[in-house]
Design a binder for this molecule. Structure first.
Ligand code: PMV
Length: 328
């Protein structure tokens, strides 16, 4: 049995625009997915998942028989989670040359699913790391990140950047522009997260931005403007200027909102954070529902969010330098 964990992330800047070659700066947070993998010689893939949402649920899924699970969670979310595990195992078979190998896979995660915190990337990164090690193969971090990216790219029908998977594999704050991925120095950021209990459909949201960008030059310019915000954000990060980071996050949220990927609950939480005195706040990830990220060194934002209608959970999240980690 091999066991690995990998962190989720928030986007400080640049989601959606990164799909069109602009830079993005995600940053890993201390909320992790843990994946245990045991080899099976009958070629079957069995997945046991727990706590894939903050409420938690348990599912047994037999990938070889297609027996549906019986759980209280939306079908599409669940099949998405299982699709990521199937895809990760396909990469493992490919990179190790063990085409017929099967696995028992156990997933435990404290990252809400599909909510902009990189739950799928964390599961994929930890699954590939654990499964390859279970077969006696240790991948370099760059190779692991690349294989995890290919998994997301395949599962999301070609609509994925390298941002989530690279960040989860390496930990820390990173900068991703096309296939150029690197780590950044970052100060300890006072990150607060608000979660509306929901999830967005990444594929649909990405397609919506693509259509707008194709139809209107000003939408293409908006995507380009996000790139400019990111470049300014990198400088603020390097200078440890948290106030400037917040201002730029506010700007980034406005541009994402113009592209149609915010929602009433995300906007409500963003404004609650700003009213509570946060340096800045924005949605994180694909949007449509899920999480916002705010910067506030005081307890005010977390408290205000926990009383905000539509905010199901508010919590602080430490930036973590620990990317994928082998647990045994
Ligand atoms: O919601 P998440 O954490 O899967 O992030 C999606 C980010 C996008 O830029 C919209 C898509 C991508 O793959 O970069």
């Amino acid at each position: 049995m091999a066991l690995s964990s990998a962190p989720g992330k928030v986007y400080l800047f640049g989601e959606h625009a990164v799909v069109y070659g602009e830079p993005a700066v995600p940053c890993a947070i201390e909320r992790r997915a843990r994946v245990g993998v045991q080899r099976r010689d009958d070629g079957k893939l069995r997945v046991h998942a727990e706590d894939l949402s903050l409420d938690g649920f348990t599912v047994e899924y037999d990938g070889s028989t297609g027996n549906g699970p019986d759980v209280d969670v939306s079908e599409s979310l669940l099949s998405a989670a299982m699709g990521y595990v199937d895809g990760a195992i396909e990469q493992v078979r490919d990179v190790t040359g063990e085409d017929e190998v099967g696995f028992d896979v156990t997933i435990e995660s404290d990252i809400p699913l599909g909510a902009g915190l990189g739950s799928s990337a964390a599961v994929v990164v930890a699954a590939i790391d654990a499964a390859t090690r279970e077969l006696g193969v240790t991948l370099e971090t760059a190779e692991l990140a690349e294989r995890a990216y290919r998994t997301e790219h395949m599962v999301q029908d070609g609509q994925a950047s390298r941002a989530d998977t690279f960040c989860s594999a390496t930990g820390g704050a990173v900068r991703v522009e096309g296939d150029d991925c690197r780590s950044l120095e970052a100060p300890d950021l006072p990150i607060v997260i608000g979660f509306d209990g929901g999830a967005g459909d990444t594929g649909q949201l990405v397609a919506g931005v693509r259509d707008l960008r194709d139809e209107y030059d000003f939408a293409a310019d908006t995507v380009g403007a996000i790139g400019d915000v990111v470049r300014n954000g990198e400088e603020a990060l390097a200078n440890g200027d948290v106030e400037e980071l917040g201002r730029l996050m506010n700007f980034n949220h406005g541009l994402l909102s113009a592209l149609g990927v915010s929602s009433r609950s995300l906007d409500t939480m963003v404004w609650a954070a700003r009213d509570a005195g946060a340096h800045g706040a924005k949605l994180t990830g694909a949007g449509g529902g899920g999480c916002i990220v705010a910067l506030d060194p005081t307890p005010e934002t977390e408290t205000a969010l926990s009383f905000t209608p539509g905010c199901e959970d508010a919590f602080r999240a430490e930036l973590t330098e620990n990317g994928v980690t082998s647990l045994e």
